[in-house]
Structure formats: C-alpha cells, structure tokens
Design a protein around this ligand. Structure first.
Ligand code: BGC
Length: 721
C-alpha cells in the first residue's frame, strides 16, 4: 500500500474506528462475541461486541490455527477490513527456547544473538506472530530484580550491541514472510526500579539516565526497531506511559516514527500511581504523550471520543497515532497478506527443527560462564561419576518468558549424560523450591558422592523464580542446597557445580567447589550443552555481562561505578575512613567481563599508536593474544577507557569495544581496536555529547583483574559530535 492509500483509508474511518486501531486486546477476549466478556479485574475494560470488531491488535494467542481463525473472523467483521496485528512475547525463542537474554549477553557474540533472534522469528512468524515484545533494553544493576534475565546486563555498550543485534535478527530476513517487528522495552529506565522491586518507582538524574540507562533503547531505535513499549514505573514523578519524555526524547530528539505501545494495563495504572484521576484522564495523558496503542486496558476506546470533543486531545494527535499504526501494518505486509507466514503445516516443519536445536545447543554452550576451575574440568572419564542436585534432572531450566516452548521437550543434564553413554549414579538430594526444607534426600546423595570419583552437582534457581514479578531480597542458594553442597563436599571434594539461574546469585556457600560454571537458564538444549562442556566437546567462552555480588547488601552493583572522594583500595592501608562496608568487601564475587576457559590466553605487547589523540584522528590500540594451551578456544578481548578528570565524574572503567576471536591451540593473534573522539564523549548538562581534552587511561585484556593499562592525551578542546 502506498502512503497515499493509508491516508485515504484514514479518511474513511470514524473516530471510534481510529480509537479501535489504537487498542490492543487479548486473544481470548476478542474471540467472544458478547458485549462484555471481560471479567474479574478486567471488568472495567468492558468493550461492546461492535467495539471488539474494530480493535487494532491482539496478544497472547497460541499458534497459526488460532491466528488464522481470529484474523479471518476479524476481516469479515471489521468495516474497514484492516488486519489485526498479532503480537507475543517471544523473548528467547518461540517453541525452541534459546538461552535467556542475560546468558546471550555473556556470549559477547552479536552474530550469535542475531542468529537466535532470526531463528525465533522464523518459528513465531510461522505461528502467526508479527511483532515480538523483545528485546528488553533496560540496563540492570540490581540482581534482586527478577527481570534481569530478560536483559543484557550492566554495561550500556554491550546492552546496545546485543539489543540491536536482536532487532536485526527479527527484522532482517531474505524471506520477507519471516520478518517480525521488534519492540524495544521498557521505555524508560525500568531496570532501575527502586530496591529491585518490580513495578517500583525510579528517580534518576538526567546525567545518569542519558549516560547509561537510555543507551539500550537508543541503539534499538538506531537499528530501526518497529515498536517501543512504555514502562510500568514512574520516572522522576511521572509514570512512563504518560511521561512527556516519550514525546521529547523518543520522538523529537531520536526521531522515532514507529509505534509506541503501552505496557500491559499501564495506561489505566496511572490511576493507581496517583497521576490520573480516572480512565479518561489516563487516556488523555497517554495519547498526549504519544503512546499510540493501549495494551489491554481500554481507556482510549471508552473515553477517546469525549476527549476529542472537548478538545483535550486533538484530532491531529489521534491521526498521527493511527497513521503510525497503519504504516507499521503496511510495512509488515499485512494489507497484502494478513496471515503472513502463519501456516499449520509449516509449524511442524520449523518447530524444534534440527537446525534450531543445534543453534540452541551452540548458544547454550557459548553463553555459559566458567567461574572457577581447579584442574577439575573437563572431566576425563565417563565413569565413576555421581550426578546430584535438584537441577540434574529438571526440565524447569529453559528460562521464564519461554513463550510456547514446552518444558517437556527440554533436555535435562541427566538425559544428556545418558545419551553420551556416561556411567553415573543419580540422586536429586533435595527439591528445587526456594523454600524447600526437606532434607530427607540428602543421605542418598551423600552416599552416591562417597561411592564416586567425582561429583557433578546441579544447583541454583528454577525458572519460576526469575522473570516478571519475581523480585527477591535474598539471592543466596536455598539453605537446603547449601547443606547438600556441604555434605557432598565433605565426603568427596571433587565437586563441579553447575549453576542454573535467572540472575546473578550470592554463591559464597559453594565457592569451595573445585569447579563452578553457570549455564543461566540455557533453553531447550541446556542438558546437551552442559554435557558438551563437562566433557570438553565444547569449550567455555562466555564472560559475565552482569557482576555476581558478594552479597545482596552490595546492590545495586556495577563495574562502571564512580571513584568517590574516598576510594577504598583493597591492597592499600589507611583504609579506615574510606568508602567501604565494615562487614563485606566492595568488590563483587565475580566481576563484569570475567570468565575462564579450557584454553589459556596470555596477553602481551599492548600498544597505542600515539601518546596523543587529536580531534579527527584515530588511536590504534593493539595487543597480542596467545592461546598457550592444547585446546582450541574463543576469547573475548575487551577494551576499556577511563577519563581521568572531566567536568563530570566519570566511571573508573567503561567498556568501549570488544572482539570475540577464535584461537587454535598455541596460536597467536594481534587484536586491534581504534579509539576516536566519539568513544571519549559523554553527556553534558547542556544536552550535548562531547569529549573533553585531557588524560585518559586505556585498558585491554580478557579478565578484569589482569587488564594491561596505557595512557594517552586527548588534545581537542570541546567539540560537539
Ligand atoms: C510485561 C511486558 C510484556 C507484556 C505483555 C507485561 O507484564 O511487562 O514486558 O511485553 O506484559 O505480555
């Protein structure tokens, strides 16, 4: 359809029909023809049978058959024959589950992220999905927040790269039928919910927001994301769904002309926030902030006509919203083919096809992080093993928000070891609940451990304990799992702990293990990837995208913090009146960027091409990396800078670039990076982003504690980017 035709279509539409386009309901609600099928808490969102015929979008449906049925019914009933936009939360796969986004972040592999997103798009498009509510581009510094599993960690640069790779994966495909629109969420700063409690308020300086928290959404907008979702939280006193930041930042400053959708019921929730006195005011605030589509609550349809009549919302504003929605439907090809790739037969072909399962297995191995290894792994023998723990034979490891992925198809560690012909004894030892107190299985586990040469102990947090509304105040392993570790370790110290988790956990209780690695929530093929890693068929190459705190009291925690006026130096003395805790270290247990491998990477010859960098110049930073081992591997080479003195305090380190390289055994490579003025620039009070002249440190390396440091001077005065 041409732009002119969209405008012609809009001319034919009544105001109510336009408000219908701006509304989005759940599948179940739309399938009912009666006047008010909304029950329970949704009762106040009653729509008449005729209103249901004109809504613009739908979420939460299951597969092609449901999609085709509803689209067909809708096209028969909608007076303007405008296809519905079908949307779902395809967060880390649709039917094949890939590792959770936080895990993918740890792969530092944007190609892998893009491939997983593209494969998810093929599956979900076949199931009728046209928009996925992904990626989550919220920066996260607080592991208490259950939704950290959906994001890419604590670094704004890595987050931006990963989130935009997801957008590309969804939105770019040689076969246009498999293009799915991405939706960057949750604008803005949802990841900073106070005290890590979901839906909680956010109060944040302009500097922090612009320097760190907005980077992820901006990267998605720059990558051409089709949709942006507002956040549940209030931000500096205004709930995000009615916050004028949508207009000022997203539309005017960043030029985003795609669709803004509210979060689930977040328009109506502005009443609970104490920001709107009723649904009518909530609709007014949201529409006037340029929130085009309302999810689930129906204030637009119920009160929009009266708002336009009174002049509180202009017809021009409504038309802008509707134009953006229809343009998106057009861009996704809905007017030509309202069913897209939805196809019940093709579902059988693509769902969990061998190619996607292989990708899921590869991704799960590449996003696992080896935290400790005292010569324990890889295991040399496929016998004499005790497989113990509540996650050893547990299918609840695919990750929350796993859409239509059925846990019954998940491969557990136990199944994978059986497939590999490993000879082992198995004992769960305890249950997988956070509050499990049943110790009756411990004895059996201890017996199995005592009778074996080595132990694989699978511990952690089930997928049900992270995700939306799963905030925790304690982030330790449950007590019974700690006991299981202690008792097993007492009879057999050759323990390798495999962690399953949706967030960084306080794992001090198991630090004594000879080897520890995390698989996060690894998706459908988690068990097989685990076996590959345990026996060395795969090598570890992930590094932490989010620090593991020493204890919960350190949160929020992030490596790119400021120095303070009284920095604590772990190796120094005279530390008494310094910024520190008296009962815990400042340092995390495991830092951002940390992760081991079966290969041994040695760094040397770090060089910069000049001692000075001018305005239009590039500084070459290079380093030699040698794989000093007999094992082929992949290494994530990281580049950080520090601005030593500036008009605003700057982080002690900030990631500016990284490269994931493959290095065969005993091979060596020189890795190069280039720094230029944009890499030194930061957000200033006047809204400008520019670098300041002065001294900088530059760090390169593969582990945060072993970075090689150099210095240079940036000579330019003040130059806007
Ligand atoms: C979540 C969103 C999600 C939406 C639709 C909300 O509760 O915050 O991230 O996209 O539900 O399922």
């Amino acid at each position: 359809m041409k732009e002119k035709e969209i405008l012609q279509l809009m001319q034919k539409m009544t105001l109510e029909q336009k408000l219908g386009q701006m509304s989005l309901c759940e599948f179940g609600d739309l399938m009912q023809n009666s006047d008010n099928a909304f029950t329970g808490p949704k009762g106040e969102f009653a729509l008449t049978a005729s209103q249901k015929k004109i809504v613009g979008g739908v979420l939460n449906f299951k597969g092609a058959a449901e999609m085709i049925e509803l689209q067909k019914k809708h096209l028969e009933e909608d007076p303007n024959k405008i296809p519905l936009l079908f949307m779902m939360d395809v967060i880390h796969g649709y039917v094949t589950a890939y590792p959770i986004p936080l895990a993918i972040g740890c792969s530092f592999d944007t190609r892998l992220a893009e491939r997983c997103a593209r494969a998810s798009a093929v599956e979900c498009a076949t199931g009728g999905v046209k928009i996925t509510y992904s990626p989550m581009a919220d920066l996260q510094r607080d592991a208490r927040w259950g939704r950290v599993m959906e994001g890419f960690g604590e670094d704004p640069m890595l987050l931006g790269q990963m989130a935009s790779a997801f957008v590309k994966g969804y939105q770019k495909n040689v076969d246009p039928r498999f293009v799915v629109g991405g939706c960057a969420k949750h604008f803005a700063c949802y990841g900073a919910a106070e005290a890590g409690r979901d839906y909680n308020c956010v109060d944040m300086s302009d500097y922090t927001m612009n320097s760190y928290y907005l980077t992820g959404y901006k990267a998605c907008v720059d990558a051409g994301v089709t949709m942006v979702m507002t956040a549940f939280n209030s931000l500096n006193g205004s709930p995000c769904t009615g916050n004028q930041m949508l207009r000022r930042k997203l539309r005017e400053e960043w030029g985003f002309d795609g669709v803004v959708v509210s979060d689930y019921n977040s328009v109506a929730e502005m009443i609970n926030h104490g920001y709107a006195k009723d649904l009518r005011e909530a609709a007014k605030l949201a529409i006037n902030a340029e929130c085009d589509m309302e999810m689930v609550s129906t204030s637009y349809l119920q009160t929009g006509e009266s708002l336009v009549e009174s002049g509180e919302v202009s017809m021009e504003q409504i038309d802008k919203c509707v134009y953006r929605i229809l343009s998106l439907k057009n861009r996704l090809g809905l007017f030509e083919n309202p069913y897209g790739a939805a196809d019940v037969q093709a579902e059988k072909k693509y769902y969990r096809c061998p190619e996607f399962l292989a990708l899921a297995r590869e991704a799960a191995a590449d996003s696992s992080v080896l935290l400790k290894n005292e010569g324990m792994l890889p295991l040399q023998k496929k016998e004499g093993i005790a497989l113990i723990g509540p996650f050893a034979d547990n299918k609840d490891i695919i990750g929350s928000w796993s859409c239509n992925a059925d846990t019954q198809y998940a491969v557990t560690v136990r199944q994978a070891l059986e497939e590999e012909g490993v000879s082992f004894v198995y004992a769960a030892g305890c249950g997988d609940k956070l509050d499990d107190r049943d110790e009756s299985g411990l004895d059996e586990a201890v017996k199995a451990a005592a009778a074996s040469e080595s132990v694989i102990l699978c511990l952690g947090e089930s997928m049900r304990f992270s995700g939306e509304c799963k905030s925790r105040t304690e982030i330790c392993l449950p007590e019974v799992q700690q006991k299981l570790f202690e008792r097993v370790y007492a009879v057999n110290p050759n323990v390798s702990v495999v962690l399953f988790q949706g967030r960084p956990l306080d794992i001090r209780a198991i630090l004594g293990a000879k080897a520890i690695f995390t698989m996060w929530q690894p998706g459908t093929e988690g068990g097989r990837a685990c076996a590959d890693l345990l026996f060395g068929k795969s090598n570890f190459s992930g590094k932490l995208a989010m620090s593991f705190p020493y204890c919960v009291g350190q949160l929020p925690l992030y490596y790119n913090h400021y120095n303070t006026g009284r920095p604590f130096r772990p190796d120094g003395n005279l530390n008494e009146w310094k910024s520190k805790y008296i009962d815990a270290p400042n340092a995390p247990l495991f830092d951002f960027g940390y992760g081991l491998s079966y290969s041994k990477f040695v760094y040397s010859d770090a060089k910069i091409s000049a001692a000075q960098l001018g305005e239009n110049e590039k500084l070459r930073v290079s380093v030699k990396v040698k794989n000093d081992s007999d094992v082929d591997g992949k290494e994530i080479v990281q580049l950080y800078i520090r601005d030593e003195a500036a008009s605003r305090v700057r982080p002690v380190r900030e990631l500016k670039d990284f490269k994931k390289i493959s290095l065969g055994a005993h091979r060596e490579a020189t890795v190069e990076f280039f720094l230029e003025k944009k890499d030194l620039a930061f957000y200033h009070d006047d809204g400008g982003v520019y670098a300041e002249a002065g001294e900088f440190e530059v760090f390169v390396g593969g582990q945060p504690s072993e970075l090689l440091c150099m210095k240079f001077v940036y000579t330019d005065k003040k130059n806007m980017l």
